[in-house]
Design a protein around this ligand. Structure first.
Ligand code: PEP
Length: 251
């Protein structure tokens, strides 16, 4: 099954309105991309980013959403609010949210349901810590996160899975291609077992963790890698564009 590749950028808590020039530069550099391009800016930039991307082949996403649509949740943002602001995607269960905000896989699943109900594609992140990898527990951790974080109503359209080993995020460390291959094959097999071949083969699997222009091509050669979730290297068009080009060349 052919899956359209996806280059997704997670700006995290970076960027004021001045950073929109990077988005403009990205739009100008990729007028007709052969892969999907997504930028997830901070919430404060969503409206401006969506307006800028409105007529361009670029999607805009949020970095988190609440599991409820409205209510007394000071500081939170809901899935319908993201849709209203022009987002089409939302990152959920990023390890920084799981760690800094104590988010459980069950909460991530509730958020994914809310995202689906609002018409958003949920990018659900999974990944092991360094100690879990060193204890040879990686696949057990991934299996547990996958079954508890991913809702039953998953489809190839409403869900993307991102494998992001925690020890590789923002550290410059990356797993070997064989390690990425092993985990992505494992996730693919689990998805097929749970959702059947159409959905299981259709859900896109991203790799995330210190992807940069110098290692992107090698990572994208891996069979079940359908793109990347990129943090630091998505902040500047000059860093993100070569990653997008490497993905286009691998497609
Ligand atoms: C991320 O935060 O999802 C990420 C992969 O970050 P970085 O590319 O900076 O490692």
């Amino acid at each position: 099954m052919s899956r359209r590749k996806l280059a997704a950028g997670n700006w995290k808590m970076n960027g004021t309105r001045a950073a929109l020039s990077e988005l403009q530069a990205l739009v100008s550099a990729h007028p007709d991309p052969s892969v999907d391009i997504l930028i997830c800016p901070p919430s404060t930039l969503l409206r401006d980013a969506a307006a800028l991307a409105d007529t361009a082949p670029l999607d805009i996403g949020g970095q988190d959403c609440h599991s409820e649509a409205t209510g007394a949740h000071t500081g939170d943002i809901s899935a319908p609010m993201l849709t209203d602001a022009g987002a089409t995607h939302v990152i959920l269960g990023h390890s920084e949210r799981r760690e800094n905000h104590n988010e459980s896989s069950e909460l991530v699943r509730a958020k994914a349901r809310a995202a689906h109900a609002a018409g958003l594609t949920a990018i659900i992140c999974l990944g092991e810590s360094l100690s879990e990898r060193e204890a040879a527990n990686t696949l057990d951790i991934i299996a547990g996160q996958l079954s508890s974080s991913v809702p039953d109503a998953t489809t190839a359209v409403n869900t993307v899975i991102a494998y992001e080993p925690i020890w590789a995020i923002g550290t410059g460390l990356t797993p070997t291609v064989a390690q990425i291959d092993e985990v992505h094959d494992f996730i693919r097999t689990r998805l097929i077992t749970r959702f059947g071949p159409d959905i299981g083969n259709g859900v896109r699997l991203l790799y995330g963790g210190s992807v940069k222009p110098s290692n992107a091509a090698e990572i994208f050669e891996t069979d079940n890698v359908d793109g990347a979730l990129v943090g630091g290297a998505s902040l500047k068009q000059s860093d993100f564009s070569p990653i997008i080009k490497a993905l286009e060349e691998s497609a």
